[in-house]
Design a protein around this ligand. Structure first.
Ligand code: PLP
Length: 403
């Protein structure tokens, strides 16, 4: 009974969605697993481990220093806490009560996204007050200047496919304006591949998830200015205690960063492009699916297959397809953030060839079943949207057998 899927009766998952924390983020690289296993049965001084992590993070990012947090959401909270308290240990213990300290934190309105949790809540957890800049699709220099004029503890800048990029203030401009007032800029780029750009532009703290593209253990990696990183790590004596990074997280993040820098991206690209070829072959014959290769929204070197579902011809809506795939065994999970526009995306980065083939066959089969049974196109988007509350509350519901 060494297999957890058998031991605990878990449904196997084929991940055609990319790195999604809701299905276990990513496959931990075996070398990372080995290094972490080497620590699990031992003791280590956490301050020393974090000192070594700082060196690894600094070397990988070009920053002064770094530290590891429980995850990126925790890193947002702890860096904001650091911007409020500095190295004042009493202030660190007092958070989220901020007393007379400056606690306003600016975020462009189009950056106030939901990554599974809210950026705004990760900020307010530290005791800060969020000051939204501009409107959803437009932030201007005068919105930033007005906020700076009234006083800010920090500005949080988010780089993600979830943000509204139309009309946003570019990072270099934000850094320049904030620095004239001594206000630190914290960049959340949890799932972006670029380790150097934001630090090079002068960001004071930059955040990545260790468990996303890097294939590490659940963790947040923070790189940045020496004093701000010290204050970020010191939050473990305060609010950081509720979002603790254990030795496995810290070592996992260090190993992930080191390994990430030696990856052969050409080999990875070739492998992923082979999977896209395979998907196109299998799905080209499915009526009502329009296929197109789609480069990543924020410029990460990932190409996905965009599958537009013409419901009339395919026999079911995109959201019905995604739900039926997820209900299979093994569950097939696709990227569904644009299903309301009739689109699902297939992401090759967490798949081997056999799983990739199984995912494509499952899509072809669900479309064919929907057509032959005539049981698709039953659920309109408004209904699917209404169902989301029930889905959110479904866990351990009394009237449900949790199969
Ligand atoms: C995933 C993500 C987060 C949260 O990351 P965790 O490490 O899972 O807490 C925060 N911000 C962005 C932009 C993300 O993509």
């Amino acid at each position: 009974m060494d297999d957890p899927f058998q031991r605990w009766n878990l449904t196997p998952v084929i991940n055609a969605a990319g790195t999604m924390t809701s299905i276990g983020a990513s496959r931990v690289h075996p070398e990372i697993a080995r290094l972490v296993t080497g620590l699990l049965g031992s003791f280590v001084q956490m301050d020393q481990l974090q000192t070594r992590a700082s060196a690894v993070i600094a070397a990988a990012t070009g920053a002064d220093a770094g530290c590891v947090t429980g995850c990126s959401a925790a890193a947002i909270t702890q860096t904001v806490g650091a911007a409020i308290t500095g190295l004042d240990l009493a202030a660190i213990e007092a958070l989220p009560a901020t007393g007379e300290r400056e606690c306003r934190v600016a975020v462009q309105a189009g950056h106030l996204i939901h990554y599974g949790g809210l950026v705004s809540q990760a900020v307010t957890l530290a005791g800060a007050e969020v000051v939204p800049l501009g409107s959803a699709a437009l932030a201007e220099t005068w919105h930033l200047d007005a906020a700076l004029e009234q006083g800010l503890a920090a500005l949080v800048y988010v780089i993600s496919h979830h943000t509204v990029r139309e009309g946003e203030l570019p990072l270099d401009l934000v850094v320049e304006r904030c620095h004239t007032r001594g206000v630190p800029v914290i960049v959340d780029m949890a799932s972006e591949y670029d380790l150097l750009g934001a630090i090079a532009l002068g960001a004071d703290a930059v955040i990545w998830s260790g468990h996303k593209f890097m294939g590490g253990i659940t963790s947040g990696i923070v790189a940045g200015r020496h004093d701000l990183i010290r204050a970020t790590y010191l939050q473990h004596r305060g609010i950081g205690r509720t979002m603790k990074a254990g030795k496995e997280s810290i070592a996992g993040a260090m190993a992930a960063l080191e390994l990430w820098q030696t990856r052969d991206s050409a080999i990875i690209r070739t492998r992923e492009s082979g999977i896209l070829d395979l998907w196109e072959q299998v799905l080209a014959g499915v009526d009502g699916l329009i296929l197109q290769r789609h480069d990543d929204w924020t410029g990460n070197p990932i190409t996905r297959l965009e599958v537009t579902v013409d419901a009339g011809r395919a026999g079911l809506h995109a959201w019905e397809l995604a739900a039926r795939l997820a209900a299979r065994c093994p569950a097939v999970i696709v990227r569904d953030d644009l299903v309301e526009r009739g689109i699902v995306y297939l992401d090759p980065c967490n798949l081997d060839d056999a799983d990739a083939r199984q995912a494509a066959n499952a899509i072809a089969e669900e479309a064919s079943l929907a057509r032959s049974r005539g049981d698709g196109c039953r659920i309109y988007w408004s209904e699917a949207k209404r169902g989301r509350e029930a889905t959110a509350l479904a866990w351990l519901r009394q009237d449900d057998s949790q199969a």
